[in-house]
Design a protein around this ligand. Structure first.
Ligand SMILES: *Cc1c(COP(=O)(O)O)cnc(C)c1O
Length: 480
């Protein structure tokens, strides 16, 4: 047995030999030589491990050697392709962090292109002909949109809301105490844990209340000469229901004002539109936070604002001066592409065209509109081996914004006669572009709220054709 395996290893050619073949010489002309060498080694290594696992005979090793060139070529091809690619989000979750949160408006995309193609006045004052302030215009627009008086409030833009909260805590509370309710010591997702961010900021956490109930007296009793900030964290991705209590924002502001302690609001959602208009219940918003009297409010640019990933901060001048002067700000500032997209997004709100922002458009789609499109998708997708029905569904805003809130929607429910729902969902993910679905009760659901209407033509046909071809080849190769 052992000598057998040894013989199999001996059948494998040397790397040098392989590189001398005409197929490899051809590849070396197209790809960097070290990449070709690396790919050859990888393929040889995988054949060796297959031999070690006992999955080869003399014959199959020969076949693997014959296919070696092909496998090297595949590896090189895959390695030279960009990995980050567009996908179709058919989950109905509008802001899905794993899928890149908010799709940008056409105008935002256009601005990114315009600014990226050449040089721009990122930190250059065109009137004065000298160094200017990065993000000045976007910050001005943010202040306008928030309806703030510039003598009272100042804006700042950083990389994301986590960076905003971190910068705020480090600037205002390093070495001191920060009071937080135990009901808000949460993980928002993607590893953003309030207690950890706080510790890293150099502040000491003072927990008050309990998970379900914290009252204003709890905060009051915790204030000492060491208190630097009272922190309120928006419950973005969970709800506490039942026997609960949380002091309202006004009470917290009064307490802060009386004690001379700034209240910092980690709002997260970045919402500037009244969500009640879309049939969602009342939600705390970025705007309400800014006007609540909080010393400083942080939000995400790519949640309900529907813009690029960034962190938006509006606060009192005193506090904001300390953030801007913090050397950490230099490490957390945004790039020109983000600012270009953010300006376009803010301008869409300011010029009363919020529906050009995909997130806002998706929120506003009626269930009936979606149902009609679903009928068309179901009729197109249905075939021998796949049933397709239109079913009621609930779209989720997601992305840590409005926990528990859903919008009535419709979905196409697909079921394949020969493969499981998991298998069918995997098949959709293998399409070009990949389609991300949701599985419910053994059905694969396509919620069209998050699928742009422009895809109802050629894209739908292409998806249908790809699915049918894959199902057919599955049927002929699958062992039951
Ligand atoms: C989403 C969220 C964050 C993190 O925002 P990022 O922009 O993803 O960094 C922080 N705090 C709250 C309350 C959030 O909802």
């Amino acid at each position: 047995m052992q000598t057998d395996t040894k013989l199999l290893y001996q059948q494998l050619p040397q790397v040098g030999e392989i590189l001398e073949t005409s197929a490899m010489k051809e590849l070396v002309r197209r790809y960097p030589r070290p990449s070709v060498l690396d790919a050859v080694r990888q393929v040889l290594e995988s054949i060796r491990s297959e031999i070690a696992q006992g999955s080869h005979t003399g014959q199959t090793v020969s076949a693997a050697i014959d296919r070696l060139g092909e496998r090297v070529k595949e590896l090189l091809h895959r390695g030279s392709q960009a990995e980050l690619q567009p996908v179709i989000n058919a989950t109905g979750v509008m802001l899905q962090t794993n899928l890149g949160r908010a799709p940008l408006s056409e105008e935002a995309i256009e601005r990114i292109g315009a600014v990226a193609r050449g040089y721009c006045n990122l930190e250059y004052d065109l009137k004065a002909g000298e160094r200017g302030h990065r993000g000045a215009h976007a910050e001005e627009l943010l202040l306008q949109l928030a309806g703030c008086d510039r003598h009272q409030r100042a804006p700042l833009i950083v990389n994301n809301c986590a960076a905003a909260a971190f910068l705020a805590l480090n600037s205002l509370a390093e070495g001191g105490e920060v009071i937080v309710s135990r009901g808000e010591l949460v993980e928002i997702g993607g590893g953003f844990r309030v207690p950890e961010i706080l510790r890293k900021s150099g502040a000491r956490l003072v927990e008050v209340g309990t998970t379900n109930r914290t009252c204003i007296e709890d905060y009051a009793a915790a204030i000492t000469s060491e208190t630097r900030v009272i922190l309120r964290v928006h419950r973005s991705n969970f709800q506490i229901v039942g026997f609960t209590e949380q002091p309202d924002l006004r009470a917290l502001m009064r307490l802060g004002a009386d004690a001379g302690v700034p209240v910092v609001l980690d709002q997260g959602t970045g919402c500037v539109t009244p969500l009640e208009a879309f049939g969602l219940g009342p939600q705390s918003s970025f705007l309400a936070g800014v006007h609540s009297g909080a010393a400083l409010v942080c939000a995400s640019g790519d949640k309900l604002l529907g813009g690029p990933q960034c962190g938006l901060i509006i606060g009192e001048h005193n506090a904001m001066r300390r953030l801007r002067a913090n050397p950490l700000y230099r490490a957390l500032r945004v790039d020109k592409l983000t600012l270009a997209a953010l300006e376009a997004t803010l301008l869409a709100y300011l010029s009363d065209r919020p529906q050009t922002i995909p997130t806002i458009k998706m929120l506003g789609l009626s269930a009936e509109e979606i149902r009609q499109r679903c009928v068309r998708w179901a009729d197109t997708m249905r075939c021998d081996g796949i049933t397709a029905e239109v079913v009621p569904a609930a779209s989720v805003v997601g992305g840590g914004t409005t926990p528990g809130a859903t919008l009535p929607s419709f979905a196409v429910a697909l079921q394949a006669s020969r493969v499981s729902a998991d298998h069918l969902a995997a098949l959709f993910r293998s399409l070009n572009p990949p389609v991300i679905t949701r599985i419910q009760d053994d059905l694969v659901l396509l919620d069209l709220r998050t699928v742009p209407e422009q895809m109802d033509g050629g894209t739908l046909i292409s998806i249908r054709d790809q699915v049918h071809i894959k199902m057919a080849s599955n049927a002929s190769t699958d062992t039951p």
